[in-house]
Design a protein around this ligand. Structure first.
Ligand code: P6P
Length: 342
């Protein structure tokens, strides 16, 4: 007899029975997003055969070249979620303004934010990419009026669910509703998400860091101090050797540290001093921080907990240091020591 397989639906139904953290509308939202991710996975895996590679010759709100799959993925998530009656509005990396639920559909109490296809610069070279999503509740006073961007300006600790789908050798869905982190692997033959990682936990210690080293000369001194100590290996103050990885796809780099530990860093750098960082707070750093903290890790902007940052704008950027607790604590301590020495 094959080992019993728990589907995403069964996991959510059983969680809903035992746990207030999963109201029916939130369960529906997660199932619908997971179904959209299955569709995106299908198109991503077709690659050149599906005529979906390459760029559109347009730019998104971020000023980044839009890949065909960026726009296709965004449309799938909008179409999948707009009719269900569980959402009041959506927001996406690919759209400047928020997306209001059309009046022909009922509205719900949740706000969904997403990066429909993160790491899309990797699409054409067949490297893992992913979809990141974050769920918050619409303000209580929002019922009966149109949602506005200000309603999305909630710190990351207000999230009620977050997750990502990673389109790699396997397609996986990694999810939290605030009670730990679970992982599902897509069974393509059956078209179902199967629970394969019941309790994802990040080791507090690690010997692996992920950062784009080509920016070394642009970093703040505390980042140089931390990385230099890692590179000094056993002869340095850390007394151990470190390994480095950089996939340049946040979903893939963070998935690795959730599975086996590590620290992921995209710090502020002097190339564009007015930008606090490259990654976006609302639909990249916050959902990933929720998952990392729920898996026992830590996530700061180098100085303060990312999920305590009060957002000022839908597409604002943030410096990111997240992963194994001991390393994030060290990087953050170095920043605070440098500030005190000023
Ligand atoms: P760089 C992808 O474009 C992304 O937004 C993240 O997924 C990734 O971590 C980062 O940018 C990579 O940036 O500067 O190394 O290309």
């Amino acid at each position: 007899m094959n080992k019993k397989r728990t589907s995403l639906t069964q996991y959510l139904v059983e969680k809903q029975r035992t746990d207030k953290a999963l109201p029916p509308e939130l369960r529906l939202l997660i199932e619908i997003v997971s179904r959209a991710c299955k569709t995106i996975s299908h198109h991503v895996s077709k690659g050149a055969l599906g005529g979906v590679l390459g760029s559109l010759g347009t730019e998104n709100i971020q000023g980044e070249v839009q890949k065909k799959l960026d726009v296709i993925s965004n449309e799938y998530l909008l179409e999948a979620n707009e009719w269900g009656g569980h959402l009041a509005a959506m927001a996406s990396e690919e759209m400047e303004a928020i997306y209001l639920i059309p009046n022909r559909y009922p509205k719900g109490e949740y706000l969904l934010l997403f990066d429909p296809l993160d790491g899309s610069s990797n699409i054409d070279v067949n490297v893992s990419i992913g979809t990141i999503f974050s769920v918050i509740k619409a303000p209580a006073d929002a019922s009966g009026r149109d949602i506005c961007e200000a309603d999305f300006m909630q710190p990351g600790h207000t999230q009620v669910a977050a997750g990502y789908a990673i389109y790699g050798p396997q397609t996986m869905l990694v999810l939290t509703v605030g009670e730990g982190v679970v992982g599902f692997t897509l069974d393509r033959e059956m078209g179902s998400w199967v629970l394969t990682h019941e309790d994802l936990t990040i080791p507090e210690q690690t010997s692996e860091f992920a950062i784009n080293m080509s920016n070394t000369r642009h970093w703040e001194k505390p980042v140089n101090r931390y990385i230099d100590e890692c590179l000094a290996g056993t002869e340095g103050p850390r007394g151990k050797n470190f390994n480095m990885r950089w996939i340049a796809s946040m979903v893939a780099d963070v998935h690795r540290l959730i599975i086996r530990g590590g620290v992921f860093m995209y710090p502020w750098d002097a190339r564009d001093p007015n930008k606090p960082g490259k990654l976006r707070l609302m639909y990249e750093a916050n959902p990933m921080s929720f998952l990392v903290e729920q898996a026992g890790g830590m996530s700061t902007n180098g100085r303060t907990r990312i999920m305590d940052i009060q957002p000022q704008g839908l597409h604002e950027r943030v410096s990111v240091v997240m992963g194994s607790k001991e390393e994030v604590e060290r990087v953050t301590r170095y920043h605070l020591e440098a500030d005190q020495a000023k």
